[in-house]
Design a protein around this ligand. Structure first.
Ligand SMILES: Nc1ncnc2c1ncn2[C@@H]1O[C@H](COP(=O)(O)OP(=O)(O)O)[C@@H](O)[C@H]1O
Ligand code: SF4
Ligand SMILES: [Mg+2]
Length: 318
């Protein structure tokens, strides 16, 4: 399998009046061709910032201060404006939580597709653009007649499908989906995740599925990266992240999913909340909340250890 994305020691900061928000602080993440990588962690841990960095869509004052984002071996951090534009939509697509804010209420769905195609293929004829839009809709299980509708005429689930269609119309090989189902109800959410699973096979897509809900990625992800305070604390195959989580934070996340039984009930209580990213804790950033913390934990950041097919940053596995 080829490696499509390789993020190395990425640091992304937001300088604000009271200091610097260290939203991403030394994150490492890889995505292999055709795989679904689930990126999970509590709200505010830096998942969206990491996703937006890949497309260089950070809002000021956000800035990549260090690290590499290799896409097929090319470093996105060092790309010029022209290359970045070609990347967005063309080779890497991104969808967000609320499709209504990404669709223009004044444009019909048809116009959205034509516009999207023309930003990358300037001379495409309307007829050809429409034919491609219709083919895309039918592969998403949507009737072509809906091309004439406007965003407000559609349900949330339908709008999210349209966003996927607009994302895939230019044949990207990587889709970044940031909490795509948060605004959907449970049944529509399940249908949407099924659709993603189907699309990745048919379009040979790699997907980065960002979610705060570990239960969500269960059915779809091949591997899971667990993020805490701007860094990745554990990576492993989805199945064993669920069955044998190693990092106490991953164990705590799992324990917070209803109906999951743990051998060690003390983990059920993940104390406190995410620390302030302006002045994160010393050593292992999880130590103030960790039921297993030892003296060394507040002093030094644990290096990555390879244990049972996982990569984990925790002094329990030195
Ligand atoms: N534009 C911004 N200015 C200042 N701080 C920001 C900005 N965007 C995000 N942050 C901060 O960066 C941290 C990570 O946020 P985010 O990446 O949105 O996390 P997540 O997606 O995991 O919820 C948070 O502390 C958030 O407040
Ligand atoms: S390094 Fe220490 S504080 Fe951090 S997760 Fe492991 S045991 Fe807990
Ligand atoms: Mg987010």
């Amino acid at each position: 399998m080829a490696r499509i994305l390789h993020i190395e020691d990425l640091r992304v900061h937001f300088p604000i009046n009271i200091g610097t928000v260290r939203a991403v602080e030394g994150a490492n993440l890889t995505i292999e061709e055709g795989e679904v990588m689930g990126l999970v962690g509590e709200s505010g841990c830096g998942k969206s910032t990491l996703g937006l960095s890949i497309l260089r869509l950070l809002r000021p004052p956000g800035r990549i201060v260090e690290g590499k984002i290799l896409y097929h071996g090319e470093d996105i951090v060092r790309m010029g404006a022209k290359e970045i534009l070609a990347l967005r939509g063309g080779r890497i697509a991104m969808i967000f939580q609320d499709p209504l804010t990404s669709l223009n209420p004044l444009f019909s769905i048809k116009e959205h597709f034509i516009e999207t195609l023309r930003t990358h293929e300037k001379r495409i004829e309307t007829k050809e653009a429409l034919a491609r839009a219709e083919r895309m809709l039918s592969s998403l299980g949507i009737s072509p007649e809906r091309l004439h509708e406007y965003p407000h005429q559609m349900s949330g689930g339908m709008r999210q499908r349209i966003m996927i269609g607009l994302g895939l119309i230019l044949n990207p090989d990587l889709l970044i989906a940031d909490e795509p189902t948060t605004a959907l109800d449970v049944i529509v959410e399940a249908q949407f995740l099924d659709l993603l699973d189907d699309l990745r096979k048919r379009f040979n897509l790699s997907i980065m599925l960002i979610t705060h809900n570990l239960g969500n990625v269960a059915q779809l992800a091949d591997r899971i990266s667990v993020m805490y305070c701007g860094t990745i604390v554990e990576v492993g195959p989805a199945q064993t992240i669920f069955d044998e989580p190693l990092h106490p934070y991953t164990q705590g996340l799992l324990a917070s999913i209803p109906n999951i039984k743990l051998d060690e009930p003390e983990l059920k209580l993940m104390r406190g909340s995410l620390p302030d990213l302006v002045s994160p804790p010393s050593g292992c950033v999880f130590h103030p909340r960790c039921p297993r913390a030892m003296d060394v934990c507040s002093e030094e950041w644990p290096k990555t250890a390879a244990v049972n097919g996982h990569q984990v940053n925790c002094w329990l596995y030195r």
